[in-house]
Design a protein around this ligand. Structure first.
Ligand code: C5J
Length: 220
């Protein structure tokens, strides 16, 4: 058992054998220039800045034998899993399914939909394509984790207040013990990231725990 003593709001204790790292949507479309995030008017360097930190976390998880899960926000080429309520929001010149410099935006199989090269999944790691913001909605993630006996989830990825927070709330409702690594998550709007971290560990850890990467690496 490992315990991160200074996790917030209280120590977080986990066993490597029943822990998975869940990397949310570390995709070119959100992180690299020319993708969906930039087309929406965002400064993608805010997200690109965490890639080395997430890579350190991923290297640790692989070395420690945790399950590793990568998610991708993505849709079928015919958009049959993208309701108009989702597609028609955003800016009129950057909608899901439109052509962009990295292929069709958020469409499975397009170059922009890939995970960034520095975090590319290895064989045997789970890659979950998710049509929603949450990683459990309309995916097989819950069954895959149950089959592997996973009880604890360590989260990182983008964006903190959208897909990371939604996935963490879904996981919390399903009974997983969840920790978000503070410097391994980012938002285009830094105040939203900070507010999300506070929300997660407020009220005695209403959605779970947060901790710094250094605290996690020191604990293990
Ligand atoms: C967004 C995400 N922000 N991965 N997706 O639309 O957070």
């Amino acid at each position: 058992m490992t315990s991160i003593a200074c996790a917030k709001p209280a120590p977080f204790t986990f066993d490597a054998r029943t822990t998975a790292l869940v990397l949310i949507d570390m995709q070119r479309d959100f992180i690299e220039p020319g993708g969906f995030g930039e087309a929406l008017g965002n400064d993608v360097s805010l997200l690109a800045g965490i890639v080395p930190t997430v890579a350190r976390l991923l290297a640790h998880a692989r070395a420690a034998g945790w399950q590793v899960v990568h998610t991708r926000e993505s849709h079928a080429p015919d958009l049959s899993d993208c309701p108009p309520a989702k597609r028609l929001r955003g800016t009129p010149n950057a909608r899901i399914g439109d052509a962009g410099p990295m292929g069709r935006i958020l469409i499975r199989g397009e170059p922009g939909n890939d995970i960034v090269e520095a975090l590319a999944p290895l064989e045997g790691e789970l890659v979950i394509d998710k049509p929603g913001k949450g990683a459990f909605y309309a995916t097989r993630l819950g069954e895959e984790l149950a089959q592997r006996g996973v009880t604890h989830l360590v989260f990182a990825g983008v964006t903190t207040e959208v897909c990371v927070q939604t996935s963490m709330r879904e996981a919390n409702d399903r009974g997983f013990e969840c920790l978000l690594v503070e410097e391994a998550t980012a938002s285009y709007i830094p105040a939203f990231r900070d507010a999300t971290l506070s929300m997660i560990h407020s009220q005695g850890g209403i959605v779970g725990w947060t901790a710094t990467l250094d605290a996690l690496l020191e604990a293990v």
